[in-house]
Write a protein that binds this ligand. Sequence first.
Ligand code: ZN
Length: 166
Amino acid sequence: MSDKLTVNDNMVVSMDYTLHLDSGEMVDSSEGREPLAFLQGHGQIIPGLERELVGMAVGDAKKVTVTPADGYGERDAEALQVFPHDAFPDDMALSVGMPLHMRDTETGHVLQAFVAELGDAGVVVDFNHPLAGATLHFDVKIISLREATSAELEHGHAHGPDGHAH
Ligand code: ZN
């Protein structure tokens, strides 16, 4: 194969990344860990980042700014709900910012949420993604690229070096 591989749909991409907010606060990074591996073109990462990676080769680095609409969405004020304190187990030490898994009583789906506020009126639970409404500033570097296996394409995600693990 003489063509240089570049990021495209159905390729497994490994990349190092760092994520900063407008404030300069770093909220996520692959530093000190394995690079993030994912299947390009299958919505495994946020759309605003996935789109900007197309055409990059191993060793290429780039800064990518992602608006909320292309990232984790805008904040929805309706996504706040107040629950009575006794809706939570007595031995559960709630704190602001604590992630929660809440079961939707209508659909049975488990929803990711976090504690926004602890007050006399109850526990304010925020069902927004913690990064909703945030403009995201990524520094990315492509570490490796390969064609996906048929199993990965079927599952819609990348598998680790030891094969199927999830
Ligand atoms: Zn799988």
